[in-house]
Design a protein around this ligand. Structure first.
Ligand code: SF4
Length: 591
């Protein structure tokens, strides 16, 4: 089918062999590639109940049909596996430049299984697959790993003009359950611990290069489409906001509605918000907007600290979620210090959302005398020390490295831990934005803000955040459209520019398929059912869709808001119904 190479690369790490397998058009028509194809492959290949850190767990890198084309927002790849953080379905996406190089290798997906006996890095190109010894890379941080592998390719592969690298830091090597896979220094497949899975297979990095070019169904239509989208978006307020302020603009937006999680989810606003918001970032750091390939929004902030003890520190970020995790939950009141903690996480290769949540949880544990550890809110150096202990699994870092569920159990704090299925939420309090409660509960990967990005319609008053009745219908339509984003693998921040009709034109131009909204929703529904089946096979029940009890009981002081257990049960019940699942959240046997 156009938009695809119709082949996947399967790499057996145990005997260091590989084979190329064809992918039938019927499968791509059913699932559209991306998340759909990955879920199908996981269901087919992963042994039920497999230990996520064992050789039997498969790890799949995938690009979508739009990857490698000029479509805006298309330079993105997905990683899929069984998560060591949740024990359920794992999906994580990253931007930057790598997806373009992956697309040039001539494969729609690269599937890893087994485990290497010794540390290695893998070179995947359109010419061959090579396993390289990574003994000299083991222990290095993500930046050095990327530099060294890129240099090797430059020196030894005259055919590779450039390459894309994904890699792990020490956290991934050490099996930290929230380790990331990183690329382009600062971009990460950040959630659900995909870095721990690849680390458990002794793979330090993957390098992609090639010169394959995907055929699209209608090159002229693709060109026109790309031109029209850029033209129409020129004065779009959302695009301008992301371009001028980046995701840190959310600090003010969320604080204004009392939904900026602070003091480990005990408050909805930080007293020091002016010190950590987008204005603070742009005043106190030297900031240049930065974009992934094929993007005119440029939400990234290439930031250099101008003054103080971190003068000269350069990162892309901090993003809103990192600011919320360290500036809100841990109450670090300086944007430079948040940038410093962000840099540590990037180098060690850990997810900033989970790391910030766990640090704040440890602060609570220390305050309550549950652990004998010297740390408190607003202490960046102590938090930095704890991040390193997590990555190297030292002291209390060892229990934290196993994730929030393990730490809460060990410290007898299960009633206080904030997570769904073992994944900590992003920076949107569901007591204020109740649709985010449904998002956190229903997402197959745990408390995820991205599967439906439902904060958007709730904040922009497309629907009342307090509304329960009828919310599941709108939520499911948002989720369905974004499932299609994840099959094509598109950046979320193009969501306002790609309503259903635009997606239909894009799909027609790239693949030749004629899909209207109903047909796309059917595909999305099939994918949603498949992910649910994967999770049920791994032991999930509707109890796992519930929110942490604190959200039902503990009122936010600024707004007096709460989400009741009855409200959440109703949202879930309605959601199951709209999805066509039974009352316990089980999808029909075949669909
Ligand atoms: S909007 Fe941001 S994340 Fe999305 S493609 Fe552009 S730079 Fe990358």
């Amino acid at each position: 089918m156009k938009g695809f190479y119709n082949q996947i690369l399967k790499i057996n790490l145990s005997d260091k062999s590989h084979q190329i397998e064809p992918v039938a058009d019927e499968l791509l028509e059913r699932y559209l590639g991306g998340k759909g194809l990955a879920t199908h492959l996981l269901l087919k290949n992963n042994p039920p109940g497999v230990d996520p850190m064992s050789p039997g767990n498969h790890l799949i890198f995938i690009t979508g049909p739009v990857s490698g084309t000029p479509i805006w927002g298309s330079c993105r790849y997905g990683v899929y596996t069984k998560s060591p953080q949740t024990g359920f379905y794992a999906e994580s996406y990253s931007g930057g430049t790598v997806a373009d190089y992956m697309a040039k290798t001539g494969f729609d997906a690269v599937m890893l299984y087994g485990a290497s006996d010794d540390p290695c890095w893998i070179e995947v190109s359109d010419q061959d697959v090579f396993f390289h010894d990574a003994g000299d890379l083991w222990g290095l941080d993500t930046f050095e790993t990327e530099d060294r592998t890129k240099s090797w390719i430059k020196e030894n592969r005259p055919d590779a003009k450039k390459c894309g690298v994904v890699c792990i830091g020490p956290a991934g090597e050490n099996g930290v359950s929230f380790a990331v896979i990183e690329n382009d220094y600062w971009r990460s497949a950040g959630r659900t611990g995909v870095g721990a899975v690849i680390g458990s297979k002794n793979i330090k990095a993957m390098v992609f290069w090639g010169s394959q070019k995907k055929e699209v169904a209608n090159q002229d239509l693709v060109k026109k489409y790309v031109k029209d989208v850029a033209h129409d978006a020129k004065d779009d307020a959302g695009v301008q906001a992301y371009k001028s302020k980046g995701t840190p603009m959310m600090v003010d937006i969320m604080s204004n509605v009392g939904s900026f999680p602070t003091h480990y989810w005990h408050k909805g606003e930080a007293a020091h918000k002016e010190k950590i918001n987008a204005d603070a970032l742009h005043e106190r750091l030297d900031v240049t907007p930065n974009a992934c390939l094929k993007c005119f929004i440029a939400c990234g902030r290439l930031s250099v600290v101008k003054e103080g003890r971190h003068k000269g520190l350069k990162i892309e970020g901090p993003e809103y979620e990192t600011i919320y995790a360290f500036g809100g939950l841990c109450e670090v009141d300086s944007i430079e210090e948040i940038a410093y903690l962000n840099d540590i996480c990037d180098r060690l290769g850990i997810d900033t959302i989970s790391a910030g949540n766990l640090a704040a949880f440890a602060i609570e544990a220390a305050r309550q005398g549950k652990i004998d550890y010297d740390i408190d809110y607003g202490q960046p150096d102590k938090i930095a020390g704890l991040l390193k202990e997590m990555a190297y699994r030292q002291g209390i870092g060892d229990i934290l490295s196993r994730g929030i569920k393990a730490a809460a159990k060990e410290w007898d704090m299960e009633d206080q831990a904030i997570h769904v299925k073992g994944l900590e939420p992003a920076g949107y309090d569901p007591r204020v934005l109740k649709g985010m409660g449904l998002a956190y509960g229903s997402s197959p990967r745990g408390a995820c803000h991205l599967r439906a990005t439902f904060y958007k319609p709730e904040l922009s008053k497309m629907i009342d955040p307090d509304q329960i009745e009828g919310k599941a219908e709108m939520f499911t339509e948002w989720e369905d459209r974004l499932i299609i984003f994840d099959t094509l693998i598109l950046c979320r921040f193009y969501r306002d520019l790609y309503p259903w009709e635009e997606l239909a034109t894009m799909i027609k131009a790239v693949t030749g398929l004629d899909l209207d909204r109903d047909k796309m929703r059917l595909i999305a529904g099939n994918i949603s059912n498949a992910t649910r089946r994967f999770n049920i096979r791994e032991g999930l029940t509707s109890e796992d869709d519930k929110l942490p009890k604190r959200f039902y009981k503990e009122v936010l002081p600024e707004t007096q808001k709460i989400i009741t257990e009855e409200e959440m049960d109703r949202l879930l019940k309605d959601y199951y119904k709209v999805r066509g699942w039974d009352e316990t959240g089980v999808p029909p046997a075949t669909s």
